[in-house]
Design a protein around this ligand. Sequence first.
Ligand code: OSB
Ligand code: MG
Length: 366
Amino acid sequence: MNIDYLSLRLVELPLRSPFRTHQGLIKKRTLIIVEAGDQAGRKGYGEVTAFAEPFYTSETIQTAWHIISDCIVPTIDFQKVMHPFDFPEQVTGIQGHPMAKAGVEGALWDLYGKQTGQSLSHMIGGSRKRVKAGAVISLSDSTAEGIKALEEKGYERYKLKVDIGREREIIDQVKQISPDLPLMIDANGAYTEKDMDYLQTLDEYGLIMIEQPFQAGDFYLHQQLQQHLKTPVCLDESVMNFHDAKQAIQLGSCQVINIKISRVGGLSAAIKIHDYCAQENVPVWCGGMIESGISKAHNLALASLPNFSIPGDLSGSDRYFQKDLVTPGIQMENGEIEVPSLPGMGVEVDESYLERVTKKSKIFGL
Ligand code: OSB
Ligand code: MG
């Protein structure tokens, strides 16, 4: 494929309201938008969804800026990238930094789709035309009004962020407002071994699943819990690549996997994990990163694959932003979002808004 330049933009998107978890408060969303272009004027977009602080995984927006600028761009031979699937093997010499790699790979996928006139979903063998949407209820939204407002939008699944010590109170409150809401919780690794018995008491709620109860890296502890828990354990931060997914499944550490393109190092790796999970009869769903419509469009293509059988953290542009980087924004209707069918990611970047929210930029001729 022809790739003539790569550019990076550091952008800052204002959030509609702060997103609070037990790990802290996000007031504005800092992202890197990666653009890959060719001489015919086609532009492909990808997004680095690391956060400004390393509370979720170890990467940050600054480490990604450095890794792309000083390691990926100078060392890889873009002439050897005939297809976006070839990109990962060009960066195997760079350890870790999945989000930096995923942002670049995403721009290549969008560009390749535009060069060949195919939608991302079509290129990867997606089979769904629409995907089911799910809402994440941050600690700032877990009020009666916040939950009602989300329920009125008609999401298919609701995920509560865990506030240690208040989980029963929050779940009970939601159940009181809406007894039949399909509910799950996400602990982001907040529990430890001493919570093993307590977690088993949560079985009585019949939650759809409990996401990432313990810290990433501890497949053993998750296995011990899953053995004694009826509720499925879902892994998020624990699965940073294909090998992690394989170990988690073979060890019995979980029954569900949350796949995020960024966390696993790109769309190629995400597809590989999806295919392996399908073969092992482990359902998957697509995670979210409070990201722009660029990432959302990539997520929708991924979630159109057959084994994405559980509604993901997929929401419309208006969930977190007043105005999105793509126009028109991604829309959720009756609990579903349409998978874009135009070439590449299938949504148009609002270039003037992108310029307006750009704090710094850099361009690399290739
Ligand atoms: O664990 O999935 C997570 C947000 C920030 C960091 C980690 C996570 C999340 C979310 C939000 O759950 C997902 C979204 O709606 O974009
Ligand atoms: Mg999570």
